[in-house]
Design a protein around this ligand. Structure first.
Ligand code: GDP
Ligand code: IMO
Ligand code: MG
Length: 431
């Protein structure tokens, strides 16, 4: 079986889009199984940059089928904007399939996302305000509206009417709005226009993915967000509302867990996070600022500046365990060039206790101090290195130490944003 899950192993933005695009040149199917257009996956090919949110990162390969799976929360407006962006760049978009089971994000979900954040005040999560949480709330509450509903105008009208009424009651009752905020007719006509444009893309994608796997085709599961943003295993409540871990992909793609063979952890050579919540190795100083500038660490979706810190082996060890990582792709190694010394956090200290396993309690996490090991840096420009052997000795030592601390091999090293700036030690599809 040639199926590989690509998982964010930190707080998202590890470079998943780049790896998917790189591997998609060999893949038959790429499937997104969770999240929505809160994701921002950057691909750079021959210096040209594409920022994808909802459409899978295999789209630049005309022969790859790109699937938006049942676990996705689907924003039609965002989808068509992205589609037009790709088409205006001459990209062939005919190979996109959208699950008839995916839930739809409506304007009220986006408004409610903003209102909930406002109401949280100092405890805000720092969401992307794309309506992700409120849409998944409707899904779990069992009042969500799915793509298959949108395909039937009567079913859709009935369900939407009920939801618009419910959401108007909610904003008046909970958020003290005096007037109705949402208008059925407006939303209905906007979405009926999407329905006809969407119809050619809609399919039972579980069949497409199953048949491809059974036929021995190469299938990539494209994770969005990252392990520490997982609803169960992340830094709750500062998480997203889906399951970005490998286990979530089986549910969100509609395949059995035994159909995902390898799990590649996408790992930044340091750590970043957007949004709120504790971050043990955060560097709120000139080193953090240097990493931010060198790594262009500003959000693809919201433009917010990302918080930066040293590599945290406690986090990545945890990610290796909860995802069952079989391989690591180490990203943005070039950003560490020029630092005299590089710190790696090997464990935490909480009072007089040494913590090696990532804690559940955020109160505990906030009390943790990083225990650092210092490694020698390198000054050579590595952005055009093509073979692992040609990396500076200290860069190789850094990678070897990470492998030792995590217990998983680094099979891919990324030394720049371009597709070509990728060093392969072992091809994942050769397993
Ligand atoms: P994703 O959400 O995991 O797909 O990651 P993002 O695209 O949000 O963020 C990763 C950023 O790093 C993007 O701007 C990429 O173009 C960039 N990038 C990826 N790999 C490398 C690398 O090896 N070196 C550098 N300098 N940038 C990289
Ligand atoms: P990619 O796929 C980084 C963060 C938000 C916020 C929290 C909840 O590009 O790695 P949400 O809008 O999902 O309810 O926000 O999750 N977040 C991400 N951070 N990368 C992402 O995606 C993210 N998607 C959501 O910043 O802290
Ligand atoms: Mg991103």
């Amino acid at each position: 079986m040639k199926t590989v899950a690509i998982v964010g192993s930190q707080w998202g933005d590890e470079g998943k889009g780049k790896v998917i695009d790189f591997l998609a040149t060999q893949a038959d199917v790429v499937i997104r199984a969770q999240g929505g257009n809160n994701a921002g996956h950057t691909i750079v090919v021959d210096g040209k940059k594409f920022a994808l949110r909802l459409i899978p990162s295999g789209i630049l390969n005309p022969n790859t089928i790109n699937v938006i799976g049942n676990g996705i929360v689907f924003d039609p407006k965002g989808f068509f904007e992205e589609l037009e962006m790709l088409q205006s760049n001459g990209i062939d978009t005919k190979n996109i399939k959208i699950s008839d089971r995916a839930h739809i994000i409506f304007p009220y979900h986006k408004e409610l996302d903003g209102l909930a954040e406002e109401a949280r005040g100092d405890n805000k999560i720092g969401t992307t305000k794309r309506g992700i949480g409120p849409c998944y709330m409707d899904k779990t509450e069992r009042s969500g509206i799915r793509i298959c509903d949108l395909m039937d105008k009567d079913v859709f009208a009935k369900k939407l009417k009920g939801q618009v009424e419910a959401k108007n009651k909610l904003v008046k009752g909970v958020y003290d709005k005096e007037e109705d905020m949402f208008n059925f007719d407006e939303i209905y006509s906007e979405f009926m226009a999407y329905a006809e444009k969407l119809r050619p893309f809609v399919a039972d994608t579980t069949v497409i993915v199953y048949d491809a796997i059974k036929a021995g085709k190469k299938v990539l599961f494209e994770g969005a967000q990252g392990t520490l943003l997982d609803l169960d295993l992340g830094t709750y409540p500062f998480v997203t509302s889906s399951h970005p871990i490998s286990g979530g992909f089986a549910v969100g793609a509609g395949v059995g867990p035994n159909m995902i063979k390898d799990v590649v952890g996408i790992v930044k050579a340091y750590t970043t996070r957007v949004g709120e919540g504790p971050f043990v190795t955060e560097l709120d100083n000139e080193i953090g600022e240097e990493i931010r500038i060198k790594g262009c660490e500003f959000g693809t979706v919201t433009g917010r500046s990302r918080r930066c810190g040293w590599f945290d082996a406690v986090i990545v060890r945890y990610a290796a365990r909860v995802n069952g990582l079989t391989s690591i792709s180490l990203m943005l190694l070039d950003v560490l060039t020029g630092f005299d010394k590089i710190q790696v956090c090997t464990a935490y200290k909480m009072g007089d206790k040494i913590i090696k396993d990532f804690p559940a309690s955020l109160e505990d996490l906030a009390k943790c101090e990083p225990i650092y090991e210092e490694l020698e840096g390198w000054t050579e420009d590595i952005t055009s290195v093509e073979r692992f052997e040609d990396l500076p000795e200290n860069a190789k030592k850094y990678i070897a130490r990470i492998e030792e601390l995590i217990g998983v091999n680094v099979d891919l090293v990324s030394v720049g944003p371009n597709r070509a700036q990728t060093i392969i030690r072992k091809n994942v599809f050769d397993n």
